[in-house]
Design a protein around this ligand. Structure first.
Ligand code: PBG
Ligand code: ZN
Length: 321
């Protein structure tokens, strides 16, 4: 009889045959930076995660660097919003100032910026509104402006999250024309219209004031469409393809891994984080083990990179091994 249990006998043999290993090298830590002073605000539905003003964020960044987390993903919370989200391309805006601050004080930390408008628009949608919907092509023009502004401030990589068609081609051309041909783009290629984003929208005040995002984010029922969307981003020059959320979409991560010769990233989103934290706090699950198991499943599915609010928690566990 072939006995599969032979290779499970002890931890040492299990280590030898283990197929998937989580590493600190895989992790990107999202950071929320709010315009203003003296802000260190707990996000109620995301225990352990805070919004910081620039003058208070150093301790957090010290920790990220000490834990060897390679990169942060920046989200800005501006003090003023308008119809277009024009603060996003203000060279003195909150994200631009944050990039300069990090580059100056933490020169080895890799900076990725979220490129979108929902935290900056008065209506909370991811672009310019025309006839009660986001106007794709008008928004593209502003996406290019925002991207250039981030890169001029020193961003190492940009990650457009708005799901407008033609985003990657637009940004690639804009960056190349300005001499930024070496700045990579991480495409939110397959981003679903998901209820798992709830805690994030509370955190950065970006919930749409009318309607929802289903005309630009993908229908959660669709798998073939994910391939179609990733195919376009790939052809337009995306350097990394991302799937978001992660845990309910592991099949999509694997599809992309099998079909594209690009590093695949996934976004372990706020709702996924909140569920594990909440059940852990109640003592209903072993928080640490469930966290490790769910992140490992994303790697097993094919993600090379995991964007996660758990990054510091995971890093602490891995470094203490
Ligand atoms: C929107 C955006 C979302 C997230 C980050 N940027 C989703 C949304 O509000 O539709 C969600 C991240 C998370 O839930 O952790 N551009
Ligand atoms: Zn958005």
């Amino acid at each position: 009889m072939y006995r599969t249990r032979r290779l499970r006998k002890t931890e040492n043999i299990r280590r030898l045959v283990r197929e998937t290993k989580l590493s600190v090298d895989d992790l990107i830590y999202p950071l929320f930076i709010e315009e203003g002073e003296n802000i260190e605000a707990e996000i109620v539905s995301m225990p352990g995660i805070k919004r910081f003003s620039l003058d208070r964020v150093s301790k957090e960044l010290d920790e990220v660097v000490a834990l060897h987390i390679p990169a942060v993903l920046l989200f800005g919370v501006p003090s003023k919003k308008d119809e277009e989200g024009s603060e996003t391309w203000n060279d003195k805006g909150i994200i631009q100032e944050t990039i300069r601050f990090i580059k100056k004080n933490y020169p080895n930390l890799y900076i990725i910026t979220d490129v979108c408008f929902c935290e900056y628009t008065s209506h909370g949608h991811c672009g310019i509104i025309l006839d009660n919907d986001v106007d794709n092509d008008a928004t593209l023009v502003n996406i290019a402006k925002q991207s250039i502004s981030h890169v001029k401030a020193g961003a190492d990589m940009i990650a457009p999250s708005g799901m407008m068609d033609g985003t990657i081609a637009m940004i690639r051309e804009a960056l190349d024309n300005k001499g930024f041909m070496n700045i990579p783009i991480m495409a939110y290629s397959v981003k679903y219209a998901s209820a798992y984003y709830g805690p994030f929208r509370d955190a950065v005040d970006s919930a749409p004031s009318f309607g929802d995002r289903r005309t630009y984010q993908m229908d959660a029922a669709n798998r073939d469409e994910a391939m179609r969307k990733a195919t376009f981003d790939d052809a337009e020059g995306a350097d990394i393809l991302m799937v978001k959320p992660a845990l309910s979409y592991l099949d999509i991560i694997r599809d992309l891994k099998n079909n594209f010769d690009r590093p695949i990233a996934c976004y372990n989103v706020s709702g996924e984080y909140a569920m594990i934290k909440a059940a852990g706090e109640k003592g209903w699950i072993n928080e640490e083990k469930v966290m490790m198991e769910s992140l490992r499943s994303m790697k097993r599915a094919g993600a090379a990179i995991i964007i996660t609010y758990f990054a510091k928690d995971v890093a602490k566990i891995l470094l203490n091994r």
